[in-house]
Design a protein around this ligand. Structure first.
Ligand code: ADP
Ligand code: ZN
Ligand code: ZN
Length: 724
């Protein structure tokens, strides 16, 4: 019997494919392999060798070649990824492809992971001596005069050196080379003396090094969690092991990277989607060979190979950015736990506002919880006040009390944050003459007015059109912007405080790479300023002179039909509050609402997040919602409603009768029309995870065979975090 290779290919089919080995090379599990597929070829991953062929031997095609000398994915990753494909129901080949950095998904050879060095050639040395070059070229020659330097070092000494290097290399004056990555011990700053709580947390976690144990490190922003991570990573490094630190958003990374580097005195590999693909692949490969010992990254960094794993940390574990919302819909926090178990290492979930899922796991004894209650350096916790918006003269959504508080803050030379989770000028453009309002023709949802660009924009499908100056329905010129977005707040605050710099932070002002960090860098710590922004402002970056945080409205969170809305609102309020008064100045937090008596707000103010979360958990348990039940959501869309309905009925009928499974639907999605597509859904729920999963997999396989599936797009979301 011939040797058969089983190969996972990046195609949306549930099963791997069989091939005969290529003419040369020895295949190993986890290696990339190039195979013929259809009329072209594909790059897949070998998942098994000597498998029993699923088709007759003479019909097997031969693989073309093995591009790498060894496997890229190690046994642990292969096993974890197979588990993930099965759990989140994704084609296994797509899961393997997802785990590889983009630059490694094709057939290109592996990039070198040595360090890039530049030196003067003999001609370069004479050019330096004779001073024949000018400007940037001369500066680069001078810097290289005392010996070879790495690209990394050059970037620090001469930020725009690359252009000069290209010119000089073309003229034969400098030369590029690769050398094995060297360990550069950097000057390490010293750690502060840990508080008793920090000490206790570090001791508890370090006692578990070398074995699997999840911890929930519960402490608000500024309570010293990062110091705990640092102390633990130091221990991991001393054991010669690797530490992986996940953060929800890349905006948060630069400050943390700088801190890790300064303290640990080692190189920190950064892995996130804003990175140039080649750099990302090199960082991934350095982790794979173990030369990268500290790896920091966003969601997809959870796929980093860790041959010498020592510790995994998931910071801000409650953040929904950890959930991938299309394609392979995994949750990086949950996957981090699975990896920690497979690797036999502790995993630390850090948050000031832990998810109800994690709190339930603490309650069930699966996670150990550690608390940091005191805020080192802060005088006292910020004071939180509710502003009753009813019967107030609002100016662009802001009450007199809010504006006075901003004025007082600025008067003291301090900074204020005004939070509104909506970008643009106003969410609705309304005609006073006839009641017409601008709707997206493809979503039947109001268009957001962007006044500066004079555009109406759909935030669901990106539909754009010019904002009209008269009503298209009745010709009236009385078009009114209803509600407030960040752009409008910025304008209103600018009119009111014309002397004060205002920084708007939202998706529009931070479109390009590093924009967020650059914006914040313009902020002087010792000067008054106003920050206006969306969710992006709720976290990260220590702003020591920020003493006021105002949420323009919490009402949307109180009204939402989503059962997670209360949890999210409580988290948001606490996170925004965490921005105020981080240093030695007391902070003030203002919440504007039309429902000042709402029990959620009252509870949160009187008792804090932990008590509120306990109550929310009790409610979830009483009505059997996650985390006390398990869900999967089938989402469907098509150009025609009938196609959605037909598929959903067939899908419903394909479910076996099962007392352990509750099915809601078929029903229209909360947004029944989006980007011109009709949408519907079916929700499955079970009180046992095993019952849900036993039913899901055969169903998933059957769905793709339904004739009506060909006229729709569908996806299955296991443990969905929103029901849209
Ligand atoms: P978190 O990660 O929970 O937001 P950090 O670890 O960033 O908290 O700590 C907040 C601030 O307090 C930082 O400026 C940090 O340097 C400082 N800090 C933390 N722990 C201590 C300590 N034990 N002694 C002195 N300063 C500390
Ligand atoms: Zn009109
Ligand atoms: Zn739209």
């Amino acid at each position: 019997m011939p040797v058969v290779l089983r190969v996972a290919l990046p195609v949306p089919l549930p099963h791997p494919f069989d091939y005969l080995p290529p003419a040369s090379g020895t295949a190993s599990v986890g290696a990339r392999i190039v195979v013929p597929f259809g009329r072209g070829h594909l790059v897949g991953v070998v998942v098994a060798i000597n498998a029993e062929a699923t088709v007759a031997g003479h019909r097997l095609k031969q693989a073309l070649r093995l591009p790498d000398p060894a496997a890229l994915l190690d046994a642990e990753l292969m096993q974890t990824l197979a588990w993930a494909a099965d759990y989140w129901l994704c084609a296994v080949g797509e899961v393997y492809a997802n785990a590889l950095p983009l630059a490694l998904r094709g057939t290109r050879p592996l990039p070198s992971i040595g360090e890039e060095y530049w030196t003067l050639s003999n001609a370069g040395r004479s050019a330096l001596d004779t001073g024949s070059r000018r400007g940037g070229s001369r500066a680069l020659l001078a810097v290289l005069g005392s010996g070879a330097l790495s690209a990394r070092e050059l970037t620090i000494r001469l930020p725009a050196w690359r252009a000069a290097a290209r010119r000089l290399a073309a003229a034969g004056l400098v030369e590029r080379s690769e050398q094995p990555a060297l360990h550069h011990p950097l000057p390490a700053t010293s750690a502060p003396i840990l508080s008793d709580e920090q000490d206790h947390a570090v001791a508890a976690i370090s006692a578990s090094l070398g074995q699997y144990q999840p911890f929930l490190l519960d402490g608000v922003t500024g309570s010293g969690k990062t110091e705990v991570y640092l102390a633990l990573i130091e221990q991991v490094l001393a054991r010669g092991q690797q530490a992986l630190l996940l953060v929800p958003e890349i905006g948060l990374a630069p400050q943390t990277v700088a801190r890790l580097r300064a303290r640990l005195g080692v190189r920190v590999e950064v892995l996130h989607s804003n990175l140039a693909e080649g750099d990302r692949a090199r960082a991934w490969l350095r982790a794979r060979v173990g030369t990268a010992s500290v790896i920091l990254g966003t969601r997809s960094a959870v796929f980093t190979p860790l041959p010498h794993a020592g510790l995994i940390i998931v910071d801000e574990e409650h953040d929904s950015a950890y959930k991938q919302q299309d394609g392979f819909r995994y949750h990086a926090r949950d996957l981090a736990l699975v990896r920690a178990r497979a690797l036999g290492v502790p995993v630390v979930l850090g948050s000031g506002t832990p998810s109800l899922e994690s709190l339930a796991n603490v309650e069930a004894g699966r996670y150990r919880s550690l608390h940091l209650r005191a805020r080192p350096g802060a005088l006292r916790p910020p004071q939180v006040q509710i502003i009753d918006m009813r019967a107030q003269r609002l100016q662009h959504g802001m009450s007199p009390a809010l504006l006075t508080a901003v004025a007082d803050t600025l008067g003291r030379g301090e900074q204020a944050l005004v939070f509104r989770n909506r970008r643009g000028y106003a969410p609705v453009l309304l005609c006073h003459g006839c009641g017409w309002h601008a709707d997206c023709p493809r979503c039947e949802h109001p268009l957001t007015l962007h006044a500066h660009a004079q555009q109406l924009v759909c935030h669901h499908c990106d539909f754009h059109r010019r904002a009209p100056t008269v009503c298209p329905n009745c010709g009236s010129a009385e078009l009114a912007a209803q509600g407030q977005g960040t752009e409008r707040l910025e304008e209103a605050l600018h009119n009111r405080f014309p002397q004060v710099p205002i920084l708007r932070v939202d998706r529009e002002t931070t479109q390009h790479r590093d924009a967020f960090a650059q914006l914040l860098a313009t902020l002087r710590d010792d000067q008054p300023a106003i920050l206006v922004g969306t969710q992006m402002l709720a976290k990260g970056h220590d702003l020591p002179n920020l003493t006021l945080a105002a949420i323009v409205s919490v009402d949307e969170g109180l009204h939402s039909v989503d059962f997670r809305a209360s949890e999210r609102l409580a988290q948001l309020v606490v996170q925004v509050a965490g921005r105020a008064g981080r240093a030695r100045k007391p902070g003030l937090v203002l919440l504007q609402t039309h429902q000042p008596q709402h029990p959620l707000l009252r509870n949160l103010l009187a008792q804090g997040y932990a008590a509120t979360a306990r109550e929310l958990l009790a409610e979830r348990r009483a009505i059997q919602l996650p985390p006390y039940s398990y869900q999967a959501l089938l989402r469907v869309d098509a150009a025609q409603r009938a196609h959605v309905d037909t598929f959903l009925s067939a899908a419903r009928a394909a479910l076996p009768a099962n007392d352990n499974l509750q099915v809601a639907g078929p029903m229209a999605a909360p947004m029944p029309l989006r980007a011109g597509r009709q949408r519907g859904q079916l929700l499955l729920e079970a009180t046992q995870r095993s019952a849900l999963h036993a039913a899901l997999r055969p169903w998933w396989l059957e769905l793709r065979t339904l004739p009506s599936a060909r006229r729709v797009r569908w996806s299955l979301d296991v443990d969905p975090i929103d029901l849209y």
